[in-house]
Write a new protein. Structure first.
Lengths: 406, 406
């Protein structure tokens, strides 16, 4: 059950990036559960990671390796998060990096590890080590679709996006994949996202670009409010496109690239919400008229996390009182309810803090029957606006998460 | 579906309080949906109300009336919350108060109105006005059980508690009822709670006593994190017991009473969690070793609100990684995960931030199979501790809240 039609695109290969997929039998025999990205020498890599204090062993190690060295490999396993595993977890993640480094003839710090799956169980490191040669054996320029498949866990469909744009008459490409369906309320990154481009970008700018794009995409989605221990999003720039290097000083050159990157990462993030566990609706929560950004986000996330709003969305029930109650408990100081208007798509449901005179149940019902809905709140306190994307809360969500480990 | 066996007690009547129940046909014909408490002259009344900025019309009016006058009647209707109803909502609540005041020959400020039910629909004030005479016609000293029934909405069973204690050789009684099953994350009060005693208590102390008891009971429960627009808890002291007046200066006299009140209100609050929409488990989340109270509560509520923890509880799945992930995202600054221990009842699951060496899946499973579970987190940062009570998240919750208005 996922919202909307979203086939994988025909990915543009990214010169300097090869991808190999293998089976280690981590959770289920035969499942593609290992993905290796090989990056060319000279590629610049940056990443954003979970803000969860209990971040997983691979997150700790990936951060350390990224600070120490220029990555040549990304190693992703599904089926086990290697989180809550203490010292042994770090040792296990390190052994995976060391093995891949040996096979690829690079230093072990040049491997960034990523894991996703159940928390708190020991990583089956022997299985992963045994599976690496086969993943390396099928490295290919053209395996983005296989990568999108290979990083899935409870996802019902693979997620990817690809773009081509011209910079000064030269073609620049961006391709990316993401995964995630539950435990989604990224804070600095999403479950897992891997994006690469052949543009040439100086390191500080690359980090700024990723942060900016994440704040319009992965950092604005929520399924259940549960920030994962393993969130990570990586952006690689191989520099093989032949365009001039993007620097802090030539923004006129790279601004179209930043816009394309924002759009591509938004596609990847929206794909996670559309495929969220049990989702039947794709919902944008847009808050306008806030005095500061934190107000807009507090109200948007309070609505997006409310189990009562989410079950009403599941039922296509225009029970807008639950939206109003969520706005009221979002913790804004001196909220003047008389200034507040609330809309379902273009239908005004609340005007000046009470039911709009023009509102009819039929008009509300017509919007709620749609698969894609925008809840818009105007706080009437200022000029700041932001949007968060979420989904509804269905029986299927409970089933999936009650039976996750069985 | 509710957790544990909880029959109504044999209520002690409270001298000076009479209760009448009636049918106004607000949502369903024939349902007992009106409750009137008549308070004797001289009774002291205090209350705590929702912190939701969108507080309902009856909440606004009850606050105003309480500030202006000594209440002689409490008027409760179910089936309609009279919230999000603007100016008309206030006028409607006022008309109900005026009608009851006329019938009872008191001033309209001496009536406190309370409403619970669906948000955003106009209060059917004519039906309520028409139903009041019958409710007044059956006023009785001994109708606490009927009151417990009469204030129910999605509750599957009535909730009440009663106590008798001796103060200086004189019998003092406390009786109370509560209601609520969803939209439960009270903040200064619960959905609705009405407690009365025949003790004689000076007004300032009465307010202090209620606040203290609410902070150990209604302000420590959560079902879905959704703070209602209509929460209210009222404490009435009629002074008819014959004990000396409780004042700020004779704490030795009233300390046992405060303890009894705390216990009674905890029973009423726990009854709401036990009867929470779709609940199959009653769960205490106890956080120890916090540096300050807000830390303990932030961690406890993050666990108690996590849909992933709650669905794992529903499935009796010892998926403790979800508890750990919730602790990690609770927003505590400089959290040292190596200091953290987590227990399911007496089973240590996390020790020093990672899976406890002694932990076995069987031991975790044995606890999760129970109907009543304590999740205990020791943060190892200080001496503060607090407890929040919650329930699991089941298919039934989704069903109830998806079909609430149908």
């Amino acid at each position: 059950m996922a919202v909307g039609h979203a086939p994988l695109p025909n990915f543009h290969p990214i010169a300097g990036v090869r991808i190999g997929v293998g089976s280690a039998g981590i959770k289920k025999p035969g499942r593609k559960d290992l993905v290796v990205f090989e990056l060319c020498e000279g590629a610049q890599t940056t990443a954003v990671f979970t803000s969860n204090a209990f971040c997983a062993a691979p997150v700790m190690l990936a951060k350390r390796h990224l600070a120490e060295s220029a990555p040549r490999y990304l190693l992703i396993n599904t089926g086990n998060a290697n989180a809550g595993t203490g010292r042994q977890g770090l040792d296990n993640a390190m052994r995976c990096c060391e093995t891949l480094a040996q096979l690829g003839a690079v230093a072990s710090e040049q491997v960034l590890p990523f894991s996703t799956g159940v928390i708190g169980e020991p990583l089956p490191v022997d299985k992963i080590v045994a599976g690496l040669p086969s993943a390396l054996g099928n490295l290919s320029d053209n395996a983005w679709a296989e990568a999108a498949q290979g990083i899935m866990t409870t996802d019902t469909r693979p997620k990817g996006a690809t773009m081509r744009l011209d910079i000064d008459g030269v073609a620049v490409h961006i391709s990316g994949v993401s995964k995630g369906a539950g435990m989604i309320k990224p804070n600095m990154a999403t479950m897992l996202g891997f994006v690469a481009t052949d543009a040439d970008i100086e390191p500080e700018l690359l980090q700024r670009m990723l942060t900016a794009a994440a704040n319009k995409s992965f950092n604005r989605i929520t399924v259940d409010g549960d920030t994962s221990t393993n969130d990570a999003c990586v952006l690689v720039a191989t520099g093989r496109s032949g365009t001039p290097k993007f620097t802090q000083d030539n923004a006129e050159l790279w601004r179209p690239f930043q816009e394309a990157l924002d759009g591509l990462m938004q596609q990847l993030a929206h794909a996670i919400v559309r495929d969220a566990e049990g989702a039947t609706k794709f919902v944008a929560v847009n808050v306008q008229g806030a005095a500061v950004l934190s107000e807009a986000l507090d109200v948007a996330y309070t609505i997006a996390h409310s189990p009562l709003v989410k079950t009403a969305l599941f039922a296509s029930d225009p029970n807008w009182g639950r939206i109003l109650a969520a706005v009221g408990r979002a913790g804004l100081q001196n909220l003047e309810v008389e200034r507040i208007n609330i809309y379902l798509n273009e239908v005004c449901i609340v005007e000046g803090g009470a039911r709009a005179a023009s509102y009819t149940e039929e008009a509300g019902q017509a919007v709620m029957d749609l698969e894609e809905i925008t809840i818009r709140v105007d706080l009437g306190r200022g000029e700041v606006e932001d949007t968060v994307w979420t989904c509804d809360f269905s029986h299927e969500y409970v089933t999936i998460n009650a039976e996750y480990r069985t």
